[in-house]
Design a protein around this ligand. Structure first.
Ligand SMILES: [Zn+2]
Length: 386
C-alpha cells in the first residue's frame, strides 16, 4: 500500500475505494487473483494515483497483447497528429511506448530520423516487420542515456497512453528531459482526470493506469524537469483525453492558467463531495445491471465486444458471468480463445462472431463504438455501455 506520492513523496489522501478486481491483461483461465483497487490524490502535487500497485512483473506482461494498429480510429488520429507536429527534414522523433509502430510509420522514410521504444515483445516485433526502428525495452533514465549516446538528442518526443502506466514517473521524466533538444517539443496523450470524474468513466480506473493526470498535476510535475506546458487540446481518442505539448522554454500561457484555475475549483468540490463520485459510480452500475437483467428476462442472448481493460473492469464490477454474457468478441489474436479475467466468459474472434447466436451485443470499448459497428457485418442490436 502506498502512503506517499510516487512523484513527490508527500502524503496521499484516499478519494475512492472500489472492489478488488483481477489484472486486466491476465487472460488465462487460471488467473483468478484479485487486487485491491483504490485511488488517492497527492496533497502537494495533486497527482491522482493508485494506492495499491501490483508488481511491475504482474502488471506488465511482456506479451502485452494490445496493438495500436488494430484500431482505425488510432490510425486516423496519428495521421492528423503528424501534420500538427510538423517535423522538419532530418529532424529526429522518438516515440515512448511506440507499441507496433502505428504512429512512427508516418515518419518511416529517408526525410526523418525516428526511433521507438516499448517493452512489449509482440508489439515491437510487429513494428520491426513494418520497417519501424525500435528498442524492446522499458523507457527510463538508463535507456534514455543509451539512446542519447547512440542517436543523439530528439527534436520531438511523443508518448501516447504510456505515462499513465509507468510507475517510476520521475525516472521517465528525467530521461525525457535528457533526450529532448533545447528547442524541441514533447507531446503527451493520456486520459484526462476531470473527464473521468465528471462523466463517471470509472471503467478507466484499473490497476494498469497507475496515474490519471489533470492539467494541474502535469504542470506541477513536468516543470520540475524543465518541461513547461505550452498547449493543451482535449479529445476523445481514449474516451475523455488530452494532448499536451511541452517545451523547454517557460512562457506562462494564459490559456493553461485558466484551465488550472477551473480544475482547482472542481477539485474543491470533489473534496467537499467525496462520496458523490462513489455514489455516481454505484448509480451507473445499477443502471447497467438493470438493463442487462431486463434483456435476459426477455430470453435474449447477449454477447459483448472489446476485451479491453475497460471491459474487464466493468464485467468484474457488475459481477457478470456466462449466465449474463455468452462471449466477448475481440480482434486481438492473443486474447482469442482465452477468458475475461476473473470470469468464465470466453473471448472469440470477429470471424467466429458472424455464425454465433446473439440478439444483443454490448460494446465495452465505447470509445471505438462507431468503428466496431461500421466494420461488423452481422445483424445484431448494439448497446454502448458508457
Ligand atoms: Zn505528489
Amino acid at each position: 500500500m502506498q502512503k506517499k506520492c510516487k512523484h513527490c513523496s508527500s502524503n496521499l489522501k484516499k478519494v475512492l475505494d472500489l472492489p478488488s478486481i483481477p489484472l486486466a491483461n491476465s487472460f488465462e483461465k487460471s488467473a483468478k487473483k484479485k487486487y485491491k483497487l483504490s485511488l488517492g490524490i497527492c496533497v502537494k502535487c495533486k497527482l491522482f494515483q493508485q494506492i495499491h500497485i501490483p508488481s511491475k512483473k504482474d502488471i506488465f506482461n511482456l506479451d502485452y497483447p494490445y496493438l495500436t494498429s488494430k484500431s482505425q480510429k488510432n490510425k486516423i488520429f496519428f495521421n492528423k497528429l503528424k501534420e500538427k507536429i510538423s517535423l522538419k527534414k532530418n529532424q529526429f522523433i522518438i516515440d515512448i511506448g511506440c507499441n507496433d509502430g502505428t504512429f512512427l510509420k508516418n515518419f518511416e522514410n529517408k526525410k526523418y530520423k525516428h526511433l521507438g521504444i516499448d517493452p512489449s515483445r509482440i508489439a515491437t516485433n510487429l513494428a520491426k516487420k513494418r520497417g519501424v526502428k525500435v528498442y524492446n525495452d522499458f523507457f527510463d533514465l538508463n535507456s534514455a542515456k543509451k539512446i542519447l549516446q547512440k542517436h543523439g538528442k530528439a527534436d520531438v518526443i511523443f508518448s501516447s497512453n504510456t505515462l499513465a502506466h509507468v510507475e517510476n514517473i520521475n525516472q521517465v521524466l528525467k530521461g525525457i528531459s535528457l533526450l529532448l533538444n533545447q528547442n524541441g517539443a514533447l507531446y503527451v496523450q493520456n486520459i484526462y482526470l476531470y473527464d473521468l470524474i465528471e462523466k463517471v468513466y470509472f471503467d478507466q480506473i484499473y490497476h494498469e493506469h497507475i496515474f490519471t493526470y489533470s492539467i494541474e498535476s502535469l504542470n506541477n510535475i513536468f516543470q520540475k524537469y524543465g518541461l513547461y506546458l505550452s498547449k493543451v487540446e482535449f479529445n476523445d481518442i481514449q474516451g475523455g483525453s488530452f494532448l499536451a505539448k511541452f517545451t523547454k522554454i517557460n512562457k506562462r500561457k494564459k490559456t493553461i492558467l485558466n484551465i488550472i484555475d477551473r480544475e482547482q475549483k472542481k477539485s474543491m468540490l470533489l473534496k467537499k463531495n467525496q462520496f458523490q463520485f462513489k455514489n455516481s459510480i454505484n448509480k451507473k452500475l445499477k443502471l447497467f445491471k438493470n438493463l442487462i437483467n431486463k434483456k435476459l428476462k426477455k430470453n435474449l442472448i447477449i454477447s459483448g465486444y472489446g476485451a479491453s481493460a475497460k471491459c474487464v473492469m466493468m464485467i468484474n464490477l457488475l459481477k457478470l458471468n456466462t449466465s449474463h454474457i455468452k462471449f466477448i468478441v475481440d480482434n486481438t489474436p492473443k486474447k482469442q480463445n482465452k477468458y475475461i479475467p476473473g470470469t468464465d466468459i470466453p473471448i472469440i474472434s470477429p470471424k467466429k462472431f458472424i455464425n454465433k447466436k446473439s440478439d444483443i451485443c454490448i460494446i465495452f470499448t465505447w470509445n471505438y463504438a462507431k468503428e466496431i459497428i461500421n466494420k461488423t457485418k452481422k445483424k445484431v442490436n448494439w448497446i454502448i455501455l458508457k
